[in-house]
Design a protein around this ligand. Sequence first.
Ligand code: SAH
Length: 479
Amino acid sequence: MTTTAVPATDLGFLLHKHPDRVQEFDRSFGTATVFYPESGEERCTAALLLEVDPIALVRSRGKNSPDFSLSQYVNDRPYAASSLLAVALGDVFRTARAGRCKARPELPGRPMPLEIRLPALPCRGGPELAVRLFEPLGWAVEARAVPLDEGFPEWGDSRYVRLTLSGTVRLADALNHLYVLLPVLDDGKHYWIAPDEVDKLVRAGEGWLYGHPERGLIMRRYLGRRWALARTALARLAELGDETEEQLEPAVDEDAAAGETAADEAAAAEAEAQGEAPEVKPKALNVRRREAVLETLEELGATSVLDLGCGQGELVGALLARPRFARVAGMDVSAMALTIAARKLRLDRMPDSKRARLTLFQGALTYTDKRLSGYDAAVLMEVIEHVDPPRLAALELVVFGHARPQHVLVTTPNIEYNPRYEFLTGLRHRDHRFEWSRAEFAAWASRVAGDYGYQVTFKPVGDDDPEVGPPTQMGVFTR
Ligand code: SAH
């Protein structure tokens, strides 16, 4: 990867790898080496050399893996820029991919002239496909098929392509393009497709994959033709819901620590193959938030609940599953969200007794609406931060002034917690109009409670960090 931005040595800062050093990273499938063949003011090139150890590769696979054959031992992996290169690039340049640079925070946001060369890229679909995938992302693409054997042109081309990409692109984007598209072109993703592949795709594809003209092909291939996973990924890439933040995990700052990921994955696969239960992951924040809301509603003794900005209906579903909630309503401004909610809730197949307890309707929180009256409690879960600050007063009036339920539960991100998220650069979601500190939220909530005759108490949701507080904050208003 070469840049001609001046000073070109900034590439070292961005990649978090010093141009004067040769660094090796051991991975379960081989060794990745990062070095700089040239590093001058005018031109700087960083190289990632991956030496795949085919034996280690076989060993790190689960016993039940489908491909127990000679091809495990004799294959192109050591020689080609396969999905393994993407895995190596993904974790060796993890910090760069997240667009973070402590030493020079202004650098990652800047597009820079880049040239990326991949001498032997397995490319199912030929050079044309490489063009179709990279061109829409702003790359000038030169893709040439490598002949099977230069001595025998009549044998035709191999499935390998010599690829050169040039463009003025942010480095983090460039790395994420490669991270996603190399396995897509390779189309021979050898390791298991785990549900967390969706998380990886959603993270790496943020900002460019959803609008890509070949999105369908990219997702199908990346996810190994698992349609269900591809659909999940698509729903999450859409602006719907507020799920980006849940995919973020607390910061692990050093790239060095990332080495564990590949090994852990292999170990987990191995354990699973031997019938052991995989290690239980801590509960995702969205799950903990839903549980906190449900628990609070139960404590308050609410039996009719209005979920305002219900998104894809996850809370609505959980409420319906508990018979104590006799009436449940979900409202959202997005018709698309409601359509997905109806599908996820299997509205068409819902037993009549359950169906009778549920109302789903479209509406906007900034206009008074008779349909909002008559519930014990209203929930605004991760919704207020989607409303423009000048429109908040309207929301307050609609919810606290007109609907006036006995209780209102409001959850919103605690911005103080954001530095704990490794992949986060700005706010937690593209559509967030603001995120508040604990003090800002408390000030808003107390003022609203005072204005409309409510009392408010606060509850942390998620691990309450001694320094920065919990990831989510909740205000519980009672009339
Ligand atoms: N409560 C859900 C979804 C949160 S995402 C959850 O916690 O998973 C925010 C949701 O608020 C989106 O579905 C969005 O469509 C909705 N929303 C944003 N502004 C709104 C408004 N003015 N009126 C109604 N819904 C709104």
